[in-house]
Design a protein around this ligand. Sequence first.
Ligand code: DGL
Length: 265
Amino acid sequence: MTDARPIGIFDSGVGGLTVVGKIQELLPNEDLIYFGDTARVPYGTKSEETVTKFSVENIEFLMTHNVKLVIVACNTASSLSLDFLKRCFRVPIIGVIEPGAREAVSVTRNNRIGVIGTNATISSGAYEKAIKRLNPRYSVFPQACPLFVPLVEEGWADNKVTKAVTEIYLEPVRKRSVDTLILGCTHYPILKKILGRVMGKDVVLVDSAREVAKEAREILDAGGLLNGSKSKGKHRFFVSDEPNRFVRIGERFLNRRIDCAKRAV
Ligand code: DGL
């Protein structure tokens, strides 16, 4: 059995393109519909109620494109709203928290895991809960890094301001001798170089995007929902505000050209 319907992915903005990149690698024949809620970004400073309301609307939009699976690429929306979204919709929905937690638990050797993310993700304790569900003996050290998102969007992934900010944010986590750091925000994989330098080479940086793509492949495979086509999948991008900024920054995230993004509303 095969299914030619697209996969739907949403994020608060451009950051979820880090997940699109991995889906493209692992599921090259799948069509994708991406929705970036650029009119209402950031989610990382907003309440659960607001983020859940936005997330419901984002999935309703994706459903108008008849998607067969929804990926909540945004860590904040996954942290605050995933359970509610799964109860609301019949389409399979996956978030980024469980896959990231699973990967961290599988790589840590000293059972000490750091987690960085937006204020909302960190205050929700979502990663901590997911890790403790897998193994209650693991120690988790969370740290909100709210300045990282604007720094990445500014294109300052590797300069001295970002390095100084990174050193300040990560100091408390470093002191806890973690050997694994979860990059719990869509934007942080872009900072891998600087994060690696500041944390040191013995610390493994976990980016959940690859695990999410693997989980998507498993779900589609198990449900007979993989696209049987031999040709490369088509990717369509939609945003809730003017598309130019999304395209400009998005090309950096995706490392390829984005031919067109459309305003959805
Ligand atoms: N996409 C968000 C996340 O992964 C970061 C940007 C925002 O705050 O909306 O948490």
